[in-house]
Design a protein around this ligand. Structure first.
Ligand code: ATP
Ligand code: MN
Length: 295
Protein backbone atom coordinates (compact mmCIF):
# COMPACT_ATOMS: atom_id res chain seq x y z
CA UNK A 1 0.00 0.00 0.00
CA UNK A 2 2.72 2.48 0.91
CA UNK A 3 5.33 1.60 -1.72
CA UNK A 4 7.90 4.39 -1.90
CA UNK A 5 7.85 6.94 0.90
CA UNK A 6 9.67 10.11 1.86
CA UNK A 7 10.65 10.47 5.49
CA UNK A 8 11.87 13.97 6.29
CA UNK A 9 13.76 14.03 9.54
CA UNK A 10 15.02 16.77 11.83
CA UNK A 11 16.78 14.11 13.95
CA UNK A 12 14.39 14.84 16.80
CA UNK A 13 13.30 12.06 19.14
CA UNK A 14 9.98 11.75 17.34
CA UNK A 15 11.64 11.47 13.95
CA UNK A 16 13.89 8.69 15.22
CA UNK A 17 10.93 6.77 16.56
CA UNK A 18 9.29 7.00 13.16
CA UNK A 19 12.26 5.21 11.60
CA UNK A 20 11.78 2.30 13.92
CA UNK A 21 8.06 2.37 13.28
CA UNK A 22 8.59 2.17 9.51
CA UNK A 23 9.87 -1.34 9.84
CA UNK A 24 6.53 -2.40 11.19
CA UNK A 25 4.33 -0.80 8.58
CA UNK A 26 3.28 -3.44 6.08
CA UNK A 27 3.95 -3.00 2.39
CA UNK A 28 6.76 -0.48 2.52
CA UNK A 29 9.78 -1.15 0.38
CA UNK A 30 11.55 2.01 -0.60
CA UNK A 31 12.46 4.90 1.66
CA UNK A 32 13.91 8.31 0.87
CA UNK A 33 15.41 9.88 3.99
CA UNK A 34 15.71 13.63 3.82
CA UNK A 35 17.16 16.32 5.99
CA UNK A 36 16.75 19.97 5.11
CA UNK A 37 19.45 22.39 6.21
CA UNK A 38 17.98 25.82 6.60
CA UNK A 39 20.72 28.17 5.39
CA UNK A 40 18.39 31.13 5.08
CA UNK A 41 19.69 32.52 8.34
CA UNK A 42 22.77 32.78 10.53
CA UNK A 43 23.86 29.48 12.15
CA UNK A 44 25.74 28.74 15.35
CA UNK A 45 28.89 28.75 13.24
CA UNK A 46 28.17 32.03 11.54
CA UNK A 47 27.17 31.99 7.90
CA UNK A 48 28.76 28.61 7.26
CA UNK A 49 26.42 25.66 7.40
CA UNK A 50 29.10 23.11 6.54
CA UNK A 51 29.29 21.47 10.00
CA UNK A 52 25.52 21.04 10.00
CA UNK A 53 25.54 19.56 6.50
CA UNK A 54 28.40 17.16 7.31
CA UNK A 55 26.73 16.07 10.47
CA UNK A 56 23.41 15.51 8.72
CA UNK A 57 25.07 13.34 6.08
CA UNK A 58 26.69 11.17 8.74
CA UNK A 59 23.44 10.74 10.63
CA UNK A 60 21.46 9.94 7.49
CA UNK A 61 24.04 7.33 6.44
CA UNK A 62 23.67 5.67 9.84
CA UNK A 63 19.91 5.62 9.49
CA UNK A 64 20.19 4.33 5.94
CA UNK A 65 22.32 1.43 7.10
CA UNK A 66 19.87 0.60 9.84
CA UNK A 67 16.96 0.47 7.41
CA UNK A 68 18.92 -1.41 4.75
CA UNK A 69 19.74 -4.09 7.25
CA UNK A 70 16.02 -4.48 7.73
CA UNK A 71 15.48 -5.01 4.02
CA UNK A 72 14.50 -1.59 2.72
CA UNK A 73 15.91 0.14 -0.35
CA UNK A 74 17.08 3.50 0.96
CA UNK A 75 18.31 6.74 -0.58
CA UNK A 76 19.32 9.80 1.38
CA UNK A 77 19.17 13.49 0.59
CA UNK A 78 20.50 16.54 2.38
CA UNK A 79 18.85 19.59 0.88
CA UNK A 80 20.31 22.99 1.69
CA UNK A 81 17.96 25.89 1.23
CA UNK A 82 19.08 29.49 0.95
CA UNK A 83 15.59 30.77 0.36
CA UNK A 84 12.08 29.50 0.89
CA UNK A 85 11.26 27.20 3.76
CA UNK A 86 11.64 23.65 4.97
CA UNK A 87 8.13 22.51 4.06
CA UNK A 88 8.63 23.68 0.47
CA UNK A 89 11.86 21.67 0.25
CA UNK A 90 10.07 18.58 1.56
CA UNK A 91 7.25 18.94 -0.94
CA UNK A 92 9.74 19.49 -3.77
CA UNK A 93 11.70 16.37 -2.81
CA UNK A 94 8.49 14.34 -2.66
CA UNK A 95 7.71 15.49 -6.19
CA UNK A 96 11.20 14.80 -7.58
CA UNK A 97 11.39 11.34 -6.08
CA UNK A 98 7.82 10.58 -7.07
CA UNK A 99 6.93 9.12 -3.69
CA UNK A 100 3.37 8.14 -2.90
CA UNK A 101 3.53 9.11 0.75
CA UNK A 102 5.29 11.49 3.08
CA UNK A 103 5.62 10.07 6.57
CA UNK A 104 6.55 12.53 9.26
CA UNK A 105 6.03 13.44 12.88
CA UNK A 106 3.34 15.93 13.65
CA UNK A 107 5.87 17.89 15.65
CA UNK A 108 9.61 18.20 15.47
CA UNK A 109 12.14 19.97 17.59
CA UNK A 110 10.17 23.11 18.13
CA UNK A 111 8.43 21.84 21.17
CA UNK A 112 5.83 24.31 22.25
CA UNK A 113 3.80 22.55 24.87
CA UNK A 114 0.27 21.77 23.92
CA UNK A 115 0.88 22.22 20.23
CA UNK A 116 -0.14 19.06 18.42
CA UNK A 117 0.84 20.12 14.93
CA UNK A 118 4.13 21.82 14.14
CA UNK A 119 4.49 24.47 11.46
CA UNK A 120 6.43 22.32 8.99
CA UNK A 121 3.92 19.47 9.26
CA UNK A 122 1.09 21.91 8.96
CA UNK A 123 2.53 23.40 5.77
CA UNK A 124 3.18 19.97 4.27
CA UNK A 125 -0.44 19.12 4.98
CA UNK A 126 -1.66 22.33 3.38
CA UNK A 127 0.60 22.61 0.35
CA UNK A 128 1.73 19.03 -0.28
CA UNK A 129 0.49 16.96 -3.18
CA UNK A 130 1.08 13.44 -1.94
CA UNK A 131 -0.66 11.40 0.68
CA UNK A 132 0.57 12.11 4.17
CA UNK A 133 0.98 10.06 7.31
CA UNK A 134 1.40 12.18 10.41
CA UNK A 135 2.74 10.04 13.21
CA UNK A 136 2.17 10.77 16.86
CA UNK A 137 3.73 8.94 19.70
CA UNK A 138 3.57 10.58 23.03
CA UNK A 139 -0.06 10.93 23.72
CA UNK A 140 -1.53 10.25 27.12
CA UNK A 141 -0.33 7.10 28.76
CA UNK A 142 2.70 6.45 26.60
CA UNK A 143 5.86 6.31 28.67
CA UNK A 144 8.42 8.92 27.70
CA UNK A 145 10.83 7.59 25.07
CA UNK A 146 8.91 4.35 24.53
CA UNK A 147 8.07 3.20 21.04
CA UNK A 148 4.43 2.50 21.19
CA UNK A 149 3.44 -0.79 19.69
CA UNK A 150 -0.02 0.51 19.14
CA UNK A 151 1.28 3.18 16.81
CA UNK A 152 3.73 0.98 14.94
CA UNK A 153 2.72 -2.59 14.33
CA UNK A 154 -0.69 -1.68 15.65
CA UNK A 155 -1.13 1.32 13.39
CA UNK A 156 -3.94 -0.30 11.43
CA UNK A 157 -5.54 -2.09 14.38
CA UNK A 158 -8.36 0.38 14.88
CA UNK A 159 -8.85 2.69 11.99
CA UNK A 160 -11.32 5.55 12.14
CA UNK A 161 -12.70 6.56 8.76
CA UNK A 162 -14.91 9.65 8.93
CA UNK A 163 -16.99 10.23 5.85
CA UNK A 164 -19.21 12.98 4.52
CA UNK A 165 -20.15 10.62 1.65
CA UNK A 166 -18.32 12.85 -0.82
CA UNK A 167 -16.21 11.73 -3.76
CA UNK A 168 -12.86 12.42 -2.04
CA UNK A 169 -14.03 10.50 1.02
CA UNK A 170 -14.99 7.55 -1.21
CA UNK A 171 -11.49 7.60 -2.62
CA UNK A 172 -10.00 7.33 0.88
CA UNK A 173 -12.26 4.34 1.46
CA UNK A 174 -10.52 2.46 -1.34
CA UNK A 175 -7.31 2.68 0.72
CA UNK A 176 -9.04 1.02 3.63
CA UNK A 177 -10.18 -1.83 1.43
CA UNK A 178 -6.57 -2.38 0.40
CA UNK A 179 -5.10 -2.46 3.88
CA UNK A 180 -2.72 -5.35 4.17
CA UNK A 181 -3.13 -5.77 7.88
CA UNK A 182 -6.70 -4.78 8.55
CA UNK A 183 -8.02 -4.64 12.08
CA UNK A 184 -11.25 -3.00 13.05
CA UNK A 185 -12.65 -0.13 11.00
CA UNK A 186 -14.86 2.50 12.58
CA UNK A 187 -16.90 4.43 10.05
CA UNK A 188 -18.33 7.74 11.23
CA UNK A 189 -20.71 10.25 9.75
CA UNK A 190 -21.50 13.45 11.58
CA UNK A 191 -24.89 14.94 10.87
CA UNK A 192 -24.44 18.70 10.80
CA UNK A 193 -27.72 19.94 9.44
CA UNK A 194 -31.36 19.91 10.35
CA UNK A 195 -33.59 22.81 11.28
CA UNK A 196 -36.43 20.80 12.75
CA UNK A 197 -36.44 17.64 14.80
CA UNK A 198 -37.97 15.73 11.90
CA UNK A 199 -35.28 16.94 9.57
CA UNK A 200 -32.50 15.87 11.94
CA UNK A 201 -34.14 12.47 12.42
CA UNK A 202 -34.45 11.95 8.71
CA UNK A 203 -30.80 12.94 8.18
CA UNK A 204 -29.75 10.47 10.85
CA UNK A 205 -31.82 7.71 9.23
CA UNK A 206 -30.37 8.45 5.83
CA UNK A 207 -26.81 8.41 7.23
CA UNK A 208 -27.49 5.15 9.06
CA UNK A 209 -28.70 3.55 5.85
CA UNK A 210 -25.63 4.67 3.93
CA UNK A 211 -23.28 3.50 6.65
CA UNK A 212 -24.94 0.09 6.76
CA UNK A 213 -24.45 -0.21 3.03
CA UNK A 214 -20.80 0.71 3.42
CA UNK A 215 -20.46 -1.80 6.23
CA UNK A 216 -21.77 -4.62 4.05
CA UNK A 217 -19.36 -3.61 1.33
CA UNK A 218 -16.36 -3.54 3.70
CA UNK A 219 -17.41 -6.75 5.40
CA UNK A 220 -17.36 -8.31 1.93
CA UNK A 221 -13.71 -7.25 1.69
CA UNK A 222 -13.05 -9.11 4.94
CA UNK A 223 -13.03 -6.15 7.32
CA UNK A 224 -14.63 -5.95 10.70
CA UNK A 225 -16.68 -2.76 10.81
CA UNK A 226 -18.44 -0.60 13.38
CA UNK A 227 -20.60 2.34 12.33
CA UNK A 228 -21.28 5.58 14.18
CA UNK A 229 -23.67 8.44 13.50
CA UNK A 230 -23.15 11.55 15.60
CA UNK A 231 -24.60 15.03 15.70
CA UNK A 232 -22.43 18.11 15.94
CA UNK A 233 -19.30 19.59 14.48
CA UNK A 234 -17.36 17.03 12.40
CA UNK A 235 -13.92 17.95 13.77
CA UNK A 236 -15.04 17.74 17.40
CA UNK A 237 -16.85 14.46 16.91
CA UNK A 238 -13.97 12.85 15.01
CA UNK A 239 -11.45 13.90 17.66
CA UNK A 240 -13.61 12.72 20.55
CA UNK A 241 -14.55 9.42 18.92
CA UNK A 242 -10.88 8.72 18.17
CA UNK A 243 -10.15 9.17 21.84
CA UNK A 244 -13.19 7.27 23.10
CA UNK A 245 -12.72 4.22 20.87
CA UNK A 246 -8.95 3.97 21.34
CA UNK A 247 -8.37 4.60 17.64
CA UNK A 248 -4.85 3.81 16.38
CA UNK A 249 -5.13 5.74 13.10
CA UNK A 250 -7.53 8.30 11.69
CA UNK A 251 -7.69 7.90 7.92
CA UNK A 252 -9.45 10.57 5.88
CA UNK A 253 -9.22 12.47 2.63
CA UNK A 254 -7.77 15.95 2.32
CA UNK A 255 -11.08 17.30 1.11
CA UNK A 256 -14.73 16.51 1.39
CA UNK A 257 -17.94 17.82 -0.06
CA UNK A 258 -16.49 21.29 -0.41
CA UNK A 259 -13.65 20.20 -2.68
CA UNK A 260 -14.81 22.43 -5.52
CA UNK A 261 -14.30 25.52 -3.41
CA UNK A 262 -10.58 25.36 -4.07
CA UNK A 263 -9.30 25.15 -0.50
CA UNK A 264 -5.79 23.72 -0.09
CA UNK A 265 -7.17 21.38 2.53
CA UNK A 266 -10.67 20.98 3.92
CA UNK A 267 -11.52 22.59 7.24
CA UNK A 268 -12.49 19.30 8.90
CA UNK A 269 -9.24 17.60 7.93
CA UNK A 270 -7.20 20.60 9.05
CA UNK A 271 -9.11 20.75 12.33
CA UNK A 272 -8.53 17.05 13.00
CA UNK A 273 -4.82 17.43 12.20
CA UNK A 274 -4.58 20.25 14.70
CA UNK A 275 -6.61 18.67 17.47
CA UNK A 276 -6.24 14.91 17.46
CA UNK A 277 -3.45 13.22 19.33
CA UNK A 278 -3.71 10.09 17.13
CA UNK A 279 -1.71 9.29 14.03
CA UNK A 280 -3.46 10.71 10.99
CA UNK A 281 -3.34 9.52 7.41
CA UNK A 282 -4.48 12.11 4.89
CA UNK A 283 -5.33 10.74 1.47
CA UNK A 284 -5.15 13.29 -1.30
CA UNK A 285 -7.26 12.31 -4.31
CA UNK A 286 -6.20 13.56 -7.75
CA UNK A 287 -9.03 16.09 -7.73
CA UNK A 288 -7.57 17.81 -4.72
CA UNK A 289 -3.86 18.23 -5.40
CA UNK A 290 -3.99 21.98 -5.36
CA UNK A 291 -1.17 24.00 -6.77
CA UNK A 292 1.16 25.14 -4.04
CA UNK A 293 2.25 28.08 -6.23
CA UNK A 294 -0.65 30.02 -4.86
CA UNK A 295 1.34 30.56 -1.64
P1 ATP B 1 -14.99 22.49 3.88
O1 ATP B 1 -15.95 21.65 4.64
O2 ATP B 1 -13.96 23.13 4.74
O3 ATP B 1 -15.66 23.43 2.96
P2 ATP B 1 -14.30 20.08 2.44
O4 ATP B 1 -15.71 19.63 2.62
O5 ATP B 1 -13.69 19.93 1.11
O6 ATP B 1 -14.09 21.56 2.91
P3 ATP B 1 -13.64 18.64 4.84
O7 ATP B 1 -14.96 19.02 5.40
O8 ATP B 1 -12.42 18.91 5.64
O9 ATP B 1 -13.35 19.28 3.42
O10 ATP B 1 -13.70 17.10 4.48
C1 ATP B 1 -12.58 16.27 4.56
C2 ATP B 1 -12.95 14.99 5.22
O11 ATP B 1 -13.47 15.29 6.50
C3 ATP B 1 -14.05 14.16 4.59
O12 ATP B 1 -13.56 13.35 3.55
C4 ATP B 1 -14.46 13.32 5.77
O13 ATP B 1 -13.48 12.34 6.02
C5 ATP B 1 -14.41 14.31 6.89
N1 ATP B 1 -15.72 14.93 7.11
C6 ATP B 1 -16.16 16.13 6.69
N2 ATP B 1 -17.44 16.33 7.05
C7 ATP B 1 -17.82 15.22 7.72
C8 ATP B 1 -19.02 14.78 8.34
N3 ATP B 1 -20.14 15.54 8.35
N4 ATP B 1 -19.05 13.58 8.94
C9 ATP B 1 -17.96 12.80 8.94
N5 ATP B 1 -16.81 13.14 8.36
C10 ATP B 1 -16.72 14.33 7.76
MN1 MN C 1 -16.83 19.70 4.50
Amino acid sequence: MLGKVLVPTDFSEDAKKILLCLTRIPGMKEVVLQHVVDATHYSRHGWTHEPHIRNAKIQLMEEKELLENLGFAVTVAVDVITSGDIATAIIARAGNEDVSFIIMGSRGRGLIRGLLLGSVSSDVLRYGKTHLLLMRHDHAGEPEGAISDRFCSGLFQRVLYPTDFSEPAEYALSFIKNLEAPGEVHVLHVVTKGETREEVESNVLEATRKLEEMKRDLAGAGLSVKTHVRLGRPTDEIVSLAEGEGISLVLMSSHGKGFLKGLLVGSTTLGVAIHTNRPLMVIRPACCRRDADTR
